[in-house]
Design a protein around this ligand. Structure first.
Ligand code: FES
Length: 647
């Protein structure tokens, strides 16, 4: 008779195990990640699984509840005290009796407080660098003079299979008290990163400690976003954001570098400012998630190179000009306390590697999240800010660059431009016959020509036009024939429509009359042309490096991408030709990448390896950049065809 066959979903891993093996042991042997804090004592509840019933013909498995042992006394006690959702079992207690298909839920929730409804629901396979390990320790014995810490170490190594185990020094004075308080039981937080053989006890609690949290933080030059995540369930317990207080030292990155160069204590001032803002965010997410700072054991930070350096207290001056030398490009592994971040005393801090002097750890996080290196299609990832970061590649090869788009896409340097906020125009349509526009603003569902529009925007009024609105209006002006392929506003239309008006020697288009009057000038159109040409030329260089004429898929990362309509991005020639249904906005991919590195140490190794192979292109030094740029000034492009657009 052969042993029962067990299939774990969603990983699809399977194997045969003798009758009586616990499901947890079977999972371990197959390398299926199932959380466990209590080490199989049926007290933590972290090891829950579900048995699927039915005849799984493809796998030749007949799985049923009879093929798993009945609940034993310990599991029943757990169910009585803590409750078990229907169909859930504790895998440490449930034994294999026959063929089984086992579902491993990715979100074993012990504490209902940690659920957030609006959280990013992406499920991330877990294998965190921090593990919570409960042990029972031998009591002291006059005849065996081993120290408390040494007996704790032996218990941890025996029960949890660690080979090289070390302790953070700060725990030594505390260990006696903790073990006695826990009546010779304790839970150790053990840090073991993918690249190290050494496991290290970084925190210790008396008895069973069944919670552990981590931070995933994206330090943007304008906003800082933070997630508080349960390391044991993967759930986002709270999220918050704040504006980067460094803005008072300089709006964009280069002005912040100049500030450092001009002011002896400039670097210090900006480091203090960003660290204080981050500490404030920790307070916020802790309050929202009902979590103590002391329960935060790990943290992952990403940011562009200048944010990365300032956060670490490194002078970013070298990043201000060629050769854009990074002080440190590899992943950073330190203690959170090294930079004065008050979490648990033993908490760790990890920063993803930077790709190049102008393509930072944020771009690495976006790459990790979207995974061009994990698939065959040629994927283009664009993260638009004042610099556009561009990554292009597939399984075989990934290349990256940044391109100086300037702030036009964010609404800056445009006459009626503003940041995306309630009151800003975000959608525009122009009737090609009458040249009359209609628009929609952030905060209202109605178009400007619909009844009730004015009431719907009463709170803010119409205040300006944001990045996505600018893209749409320039594209609509082109589609309506108001601007030529070269971006020139056609003055002859002034006879036909009062919307086209002379403005010195050039012409403008009046989008909105009244207060404030919103006009698109020739200079505005030029600013958009320059920005989009820079982005397209950078992309084109990467396509040449990849020897490819087309891309299969385009992902827009970041806030900007969430609002623009891919069709208009293509009408303007912002992005290369691509199936429109393969162009998508992926939101805060940098934050998602940070969360992946927080919840799974394998992703840290993966992105470090990927970044070491990414080829960086320095757009400023490439002779063909200018040529591509000039062609890309035209709408959508002087030489490149856009067949998918006409289709
Ligand atoms: Fe803790 Fe099963 S491992 S309940």
């Amino acid at each position: 008779i052969t042993d029962p066959l067990v299939l774990f979903m969603p990983s699809g891993k399977r194997g045969r195990f003798p009758v009586g093996t616990s499901v947890l042991d079977a999972a371990r042997q197959l390398g299926v990640y199932v959380e466990s804090v209590c080490g199989g004592r049926a007290t933590c509840g972290r090891c829950q699984i579900e048995v699927q019933e039915g005849n799984f013909a493809k796998h030749k498995i007949v799985s049923s509840n009879d093929h798993i042992s009945q609940k034993g006394a310990k599991e029943e006690r757990y169910e009585r005290v803590r409750g078990l959702p229907e169909r859930r079992r504790l895998s440490c207690s449930a034994q294999i009796l026959g063929d089984l298909v086992i579902d491993v839920p990715q979100d074993t929730v012990i504490n209902a407080q940690t659920i957030r409804k609006d959280a990013d629901t992406r499920v991330i396979a877990r294998d965190a660098a921090i593990r919570m390990c409960y042990v029972e320790i031998e009591e002291p014995d006059m005849h065996k003079p081993l120290g408390d810490l040494d007996r704790l170490k032996i218990a941890l190594m025996k029960d949890w299979g660690f080979k090289n185990l070390e302790f953070d020094f700060y725990l030594m004075p505390q260990v006696q008290g903790i073990l006695r308080k826990g009546n010779w039981t304790a839970t150790a937080a053990i840090h073991k990163d993918a690249e190290s053989d050494i496991a290290r006890v970084i925190a210790l609690w008396p008895g069973l400690k069944n919670e552990a949290y981590g931070l995933a933080c994206d330090i943007g030059s304008t906003t800082i976003a933070m997630h508080l995540v349960s390391l044991l369930s993967g759930r986002v317990a709270a999220s918050s954001g704040t504006s980067n207080p460094q803005i008072r030292f300089g709006e964009d990155l280069m002005s912040r570098v100049s500030y450092v160069m001009m002011n002896p204590d400039g670097r210090e001032g900006m480091t203090v400012a960003v660290r204080e803002a981050i500490s404030g965010l920790v307070d916020k997410v802790c309050a929202e998630g009902n979590v103590q700072r002391n329960d935060i054991l790990d943290s992952v930070f990403v940011g562009n190179p200048i944010m990365h350096h300032l956060f670490l207290g490194i002078d970013p001056t070298e990043l201000g000009g060629a050769p854009f030398a990074l002080a440190v490009s590899g992943a950073v592994r330190i203690k959170a306390s090294d930079i004065g971040l008050k979490l648990n005393q033993g908490a760790r801090l990890y920063m993803l590697p930077c790709i190049a002097g102008h393509v930072g750890a944020d771009a690495a996080a976006v790459t990790l999240s979207e995974g061009p290196h994990r698939q065959d299609e040629m994927m283009l990832i664009v993260d638009v800010g004042t610099n556009a970061e561009i990554v292009l590649g597939n399984r075989a090869r990934v290349v990256a660059a940044s391109s100086p788009t300037g702030p036009a896409f964010e609404g800056a340097e445009i006459s009626g431009g503003q940041r995306a906020a309630p009151g800003a125009i975000e959608r525009v349509r122009i009737d090609p016959d009458t040249l009359e526009p209609k628009y929609r603003v952030i905060g209202s569902e109605l178009w400007s020509d619909e009844p009730g529009f004015l009431d719907s925007v009463q709170a803010t009024g119409v205040t300006g036009i944001c990045g996505s609105g600018i893209i749409e209006i320039v594209a609509e002006m082109y589609l309506a024939g108001i601007i030529s392929e070269d971006g020139v506003v056609d003055g002859s239309l002034a006879d036909r429509s009062p919307r086209v008006t002379a403005n010195g020697r050039t012409f403008s288009y009046v989008l909105k009359e009244g207060e404030p009057k919103i006009t698109i000038t020739q200079t505005d159109v030029r600013a958009i042309q320059l920005a989009k040409a820079a982005l397209y030329a950078g992309t084109k260089l990467l396509m040449e490096k990849q020897n490819t004429e087309h891309v299969d898929r385009i992902h827009f990362a970041g806030a900007f991408g969430s609002f623009i309509d891919p069709k208009y991005a293509m009408v303007l020639g912002l992005i290369p030709d691509c199936d429109l249904d393969k162009v998508s906005a992926v939101g805060n991919a940098a934050g998602a990448g940070a969360r992946m590195a927080l919840l799974n140490r394998g992703y840290r190794r993966e992105i470090e390896d990927t970044v070491s192979h990414i080829e960086k292109i320095e757009t400023a030094l490439e002779p063909k950049f200018q040529e591509h740029f000039v062609y890309a000034m035209a709408l959508p492009n002087k030489v490149d065809p856009f067949p998918k657009l006409s289709a």
